[in-house]
Ligand binder design. Structure first.
Ligand code: ATP
Length: 361
């Protein structure tokens, strides 16, 4: 859809607090789009328990069709491994979506939240995590499982790294570095211990750097990065790394920023991208109007930026910025949900952000 001025979105509310936080998110997105003149079309679909109750599948064909027909998706959390055994997606519909639609990059920006008493008050870093390969035993073979035990006291894990996946991931990272204005990229690796696989990964960045000459690339060993990062947290702005390292580093950064509770994320590919909060379904507070929708709202801002990367439509970038400024202003005014020490309900928080976006920015 390059050049298109409309944002065609699918919204799948999911389980637990999913319906509450997606309602809040859609309200904020609509307000931001009204302000920037971005045309939105939104289609709702089912995933998780509600889909299973109706179609005996947590990810029915009708939902897959909606996903295919829409480039960007806002998806609420789904339960991990608690669906009935006859579910064709074995309780992991999100994992299936990521593989099926080639969402190869997990974008995890981490910003400190003053309300969460962060260890590093002004932390601001983005981790780009390769999302399809690596040491994940459930997804690194076409058939079978990538971790096995030939004898009782020997266990083996396989890690898959392909030149093709490294290339598309590296290109995405360079594009992101350019579009975000960050302009520099730390490629975090462990080539000393894993020369072939990490060599392929690094090689893709070295090759593409000749094309993206304006982006400066620093190769940093994961051990060096881990010891330097807490002491010099502003040294790195944008990190690109393999799947397992990315999983660990993004959570480490979130921990330093005040916890994963409000962390946004985007799972992005070339043709589709999925905005999703890092937190789970929070069954303890589901349906009580206590959930903080900020993580999903910020994830949706990331989705708008991804649309900007693809279409260069400035209204997409503006919409992202309006959303982010609206939420931050609400927090500055002390309008917060109970997890941050406030009294606002999910809906009243969203209403306040909508009012700020409409009249108060
Ligand atoms: P799941 O099994 O889906 O991962 P979980 O409860 O194990 O669910 P989370 O959903 O991440 O894991 O919740 C961990 C804790 O953080 C819970 O106490 C939950 O209420 C709280 N929490 C998670 N997300 C939010 C949110 N958006 N707003 C407020 N509290 C949240």
């Amino acid at each position: 859809m390059p050049g298109s001025r409309d944002l065609k979105l699918a919204v799948l509310p999911g389980d637990g607090i999913g319906p509450e936080i997606t309602d809040a998110t859609v309200a904020v997105l609509k307000a931001a789009a009204r302000r920037t003149g971005l045309k939105l079309s939104i289609k709702q679909g089912l995933i998780g328990w509600k889909a299973y109750d109706k179609f005996k599948s947590t990810l029915p064909d009708v939902t897959l069709r909606i996903l295919r027909e829409h480039d960007g998706w806002i998806v609420g959390p789904t339960f991990a491994g608690e669906y009935p055994k006859d579910d064709p997606y074995r309780g992991h519909p999100n994992g299936y979506i990521r593989r099926q639609f080639g969402l190869f990059c997990n974008v995890r920006p981490v910003q400190a939240w003053p309300q969460l008493d962060p260890l590093i008050p002004d932390l601001d870093i983005t981790v780009l995590r390769e999302n399809t390969e690596g040491f994940y035993a459930d997804r690194n073979l076409a058939w079978g499982y990538g971790e096995f035990k030939p004898t009782d006291d020997v266990a083996l894990s396989l890690r898959v790294i392909t030149a093709k996946a490294c290339e598309r991931f590296a290109r995405f990272a360079f594009e992101y570095a350019a579009a975000s204005g960050i302009g520099r990229l730390a490629v975090v690796h462990k080539r000393t211990a894993l020369p072939q696989t990490e060599g392929l990964f690094i090689g893709a960045f070295e090759r593409l750097n000749r094309e993206y000459k304006k982006i400066s690339v620093e190769l940093v060993r994961i051990d060096t990065f881990s010891s330097l990062f807490p002491r010099e947290p502003h040294r790195y702005k944008l990190v690109a790394t393999t799947n397992l390292f990315g999983d660990i580093l993004s959570d480490q950064a979130s921990g330093l920023a005040g916890g994963v509770g409000v962390a946004p994320s985007l799972n992005a590919g070339l043709d589709h991208a999925m905005a999703q909060a890092v937190h789970g379904t929070a069954p303890d507070i589901a349906g009580k109007g206590k959930a903080n929708p900020s993580a999903l709202i910020f994830s949706t801002a990331l989705l708008c930026r991804w649309f900007f990367l693809r279409t260069k439509n400035p209204a997409c970038r503006e919409t992202a910025s309006v959303i982010e400024r609206g939420v931050k202003k609400a927090l500055e005014k002390g309008i917060m949900t109970p997890d941050l020490g406030g009294k606002a309900s999910t809906a009243s928080f969203a209403k306040a952000v909508v009012a700020i976006i409409t009249d108060g920015l």
